[in-house]
Design a protein around this ligand. Structure first.
Ligand code: ADP
Ligand code: MG
Length: 460
């Protein structure tokens, strides 16, 4: 196999066993630059990624390489921009002179050479989130307008932008769309999208391996647009708040755009330092609301349309009435409907959707969380202990993620409760796992097949 093909296979597997944030941050800009004489050399974009792969992910890389038939005596990580200086475009050279050398040293990014592997991601961005596929309506129009304005002139208006609102109403989608739009207009812009969880993790790691702290700081402070999602997770983390404060100031003073999302307004985030609280409100603070009925209908039609499915109006209205507060759940309901109809080879109609969803909230009551975990384990031919335990093998990680998804979709448990049922302390893992499964359900994947079968049996 060619190096690039092999590495894509390896990345594909790694993607299944780490969180999306981790994958995007640490793996997306890597490539296999050498595979010879028992040595595998992995090209990485910067020292920060190099350290992290060496310290945290080397075992995983070795394991997945082995699964793909490679047992090198040694795996090395080399900083490799993939662009020779002479092949830089004029634009890039100009960019370098205007923005200084610091970023070049800290976080030079390979572009053209491995675009085949990374086309859908740029520093945490997922190309799936765009303004084009975001449905605007009462509830989100203000946030949408602000995000568009920012995308057209980052750093000039509404800085920082602070968007808050409930779960699953499109915050991540919108703030990611800003990043994608800025990149589309200016491919060399330095956009960083990070979950607060990721920011925290990197900071903790940087502290632990002392000498990394300046890389960490430099990396974030070199952004043109810094997007930090779910900033409420800074609560109670003093040291990290301090670090974020400095990052914030550096970017703000340099007229760089800062965008944050949260599930509550700054004043309600507990133990948030006063100086951060006030800074968060310097620019624009937007309360994003659940989309209204009409908007929910439009969202359903758009999503169905993207799968080339024409939903009857009464079906759309039924779903939009049933699921009111969370667009992610709304999508989930639609996917369930699509899967149900696919399996039976029928077209969605109001009778089907009524039988499927009528009373579903009451339906699973007789099923316990434990029973769902047991069924999931059984379905995948592993043990409950595997699911609850710490193992990171793919054949265990995926069922574990499916179990979390099932607890959410069938019992509507909260994320912390799901984490608890799985014996985990950190509920953000549950969020990531569930989102990952949801993403995979939206296209034809083996996961979709598995989840459908599981659900069928659950209620058989
Ligand atoms: P949040 O970050 O607020 O929890 P997300 O941005 O993750 O929510 O949105 C949840 C899902 O709903 C995503 O798949 C997103 O694409 C979709 N979604 C939310 N609002 C809209 C909208 N107005 N138009 C299209 N899709 C939407
Ligand atoms: Mg979000």
């Amino acid at each position: 196999m060619q190096n690039s093909g092999l590495w894509q296979a390896v990345l594909g597997e790694i993607e299944l066993s780490v969180s999306r944030g981790n994958f995007v941050t640490w793996f997306k800009n890597t490539e296999l630059i050498r595979n010879k004489d028992d040595v595998v050399i992995v090209g990485v974009p910067n020292i920060f990624v190099k350290n992290q792969l060496e310290r945290k992910f080397n075992d995983l890389v070795v394991e997945v390489l082995e699964k793909n038939g490679l047992k090198p005596a040694k795996v090395e990580y080399k900083i490799h921009t993939g662009i020779s200086p002479s092949s830089r475009t004029l634009d890039e050279r100009e960019d370098k002179t205007t923005s200084g050398l610091q970023f070049e040293a800290v976080a030079a990014r390979p572009r053209s050479s491995i675009s085949n592997v990374t086309h859908s991601y740029r520093q945490g961005l997922n190309a799936r989130y765009s303004f084009d596929n975001f449905v605007v309506g009462a509830g989100n129009e203000l946030a949408y307008a602000a995000c568009q304005a920012i995308a057209n002139a980052p750093g000039n208006k509404y800085n920082p932008l602070f968007i808050y609102g409930g779960v699953g109403i499109g915050k991540t989608h919108l703030i990611q769309a800003v990043g994608n739009a800025v990149l589309a207009a200016k491919p060399d812009a330095r956009i960083i999208y990070a979950s607060t969880e990721q920011f925290v993790q990197e900071f903790v790691d940087a502290l632990r391996f002392k000498k990394n702290t300046s890389d960490f700081a430099g990396f974030y402070r070199a952004a043109d647009v810094l997007i930090v999602d779910d900033i409420q997770f800074l609560a109670g983390k003093e040291k990290i708040q301090e670090e974020f404060f400095h990052t914030f100031n550096a970017l703000y003073q340099a007229n760089k755009q800062i965008i944050m999302s949260s599930d509550k307004p700054p004043k309600d985030i507990p133990t948030l330092e006063e100086r951060l609280r006030s800074r968060f409100a310097w620019g624009m603070t937007i309360d994003m609301q659940t989309p209204d009925f009409e908007t929910r209908c439009a969202i359903l039609q758009t999503k169905a349309g993207s799968q080339e499915l024409d939903l009857p109006r009464d079906v759309v209205e039924f779903l939009a009435t049933r699921v009111q507060s969370n667009i992610r759940e709304l999508e989930g309901a639609l996917n369930q409907l699509i899967a149900f109809c696919e399996m039976r080879g029928v077209e969605p109609d109001i009778t089907i959707v009524t039988t499927m969803f009528e009373g579903t909230r009451g339906r699973p009551k007789h099923i316990s969380a434990r029973a769902i975990i047991e069924r999931t384990a059984k379905h995948f031919h592993i043990t409950v202990e595997d699911i609850l335990g710490p193992k990171r093998d793919k054949d265990i990680v995926v069922p574990r993620q499916v179990a979390m998804y099932m607890l959410r979709s069938e019992l509507h448990l909260s994320f912390p409760k799901i984490a608890h049922e799985l014996g985990r302390k950190d509920h953000t893992t549950a969020i990531h796992s569930i989102e990952k499964i949801q993403r995979e359900l939206s296209y034809d994947s083996p996961i979709r097949q598995n989840v459908n079968e599981l659900k069928e049996r659950l209620y058989a």
